[in-house]
Design a protein around this ligand. Structure first.
Ligand SMILES: Nc1ncnc2c1ncn2[C@@H]1O[C@H](COP(=O)(O)OP(=O)(O)OP(=O)(O)O)[C@@H](O)[C@H]1O
Length: 224
């Protein structure tokens, strides 16, 4: 469970999230909102990439301010642009990086690499240069790099925005199949129909928090 209590966030003088309190316990949660409404900033608070200016964020009781390392272990973060996440030139090296940091043995790293690449039908790309992957494959590699570290939660910031329709579908299927709790910021409303909860942000505050059947029409109406 992620508990957000009276959280505000400012960049310098500018407040971009205002007094937000939420308890996130559902398996599939979506954050929607116009450009600049604060979705990415909110997502970054959930694993301690950003710390709140006021209030607290706790993941399974661990405060992101005092237990940043433990929180980042629990909450994997997938960026909108996989080029910001893929740091090593070769696919398997990139996957190994996070696992090495966690002290996984060589055998475990090799086994988990095989398992995740098999899952996404990319085993033949194991020794492939990462920069030569397609957009969809890069996003799958970025997601894989998060999953091999066994997070309990996966936060994704607009993971399909840069993809064509075919790859959007591929990534959507991959996200739908995750065992983990998923929190996704997205502009792709058609991905969210089966979600448990959709939270609508506007100008740094929450204006709706409901099942998709209610929150999405509310949002669409508000935007038109
Ligand atoms: N590092 C930063 N420094 C200063 N202002 C920032 C920074 N990051 C974001 N902002 C501002 O904070 C506000 C919220 O941005 P954020 O990226 O969280 O919104 P968003 O809803 O994710 O937008 P988008 O849909 O365009 O990605 C915007 O006005 C943005 O300009």
């Amino acid at each position: 469970m992620i508990e957000i209590t009276n959280v505000s966030l400012a960049y310098g003088q500018r407040t971009v999230l205002r007094d937000i309190s939420l308890t996130l316990s559902e398996r599939r949660i979506a954050i929607v909102g116009a450009n600049g409404s604060g979705k990415s900033s909110f997502a970054r608070l959930l694993n301690g990439l950003l710390l709140p200016s006021e209030g607290t964020v706790k993941v399974d009781g661990l405060d992101t301010r005092s237990h940043g390392k433990d929180v980042r272990r629990k909450v994997g973060f997938v960026f909108q642009n996989p080029d910001n996440q893929i740091v090593f030139p070769v696919v398997e090296e990139d996957l190994a990086f996070g696992m090495k940091n966690l002290g996984f043995t060589k055998d475990t790293i090799a086994a988990k690499t095989t398992e995740i690449l098999t899952r996404y039908d990319m085993l033949d790309l194991r020794e492939h240069p990462a920069h030569l992957l397609s957009g969809g494959q890069k996003q799958l590699l970025a997601i894989s790099g998060v999953l091999v570290m066994d997070p309990a939660y996966v936060v994704l910031d607009e993971p399909t925005t840069l993809l064509d329709l075919r790859n959007k579908r591929r990534i959507t299927r991959a996200i739908d199949a995750l065992d983990q709790t998923v929190i996704i910021a997205s502009h792709d409303l058609d991905l969210l129909g089966d979600y448990d909860r959709v939270i609508v942000f506007d100008e740094g505050g929450i204006v709706a928090d409901d099942v998709p059947g209610k929150a999405i029409p509310f949002y669409v109406n508000r935007m038109s």
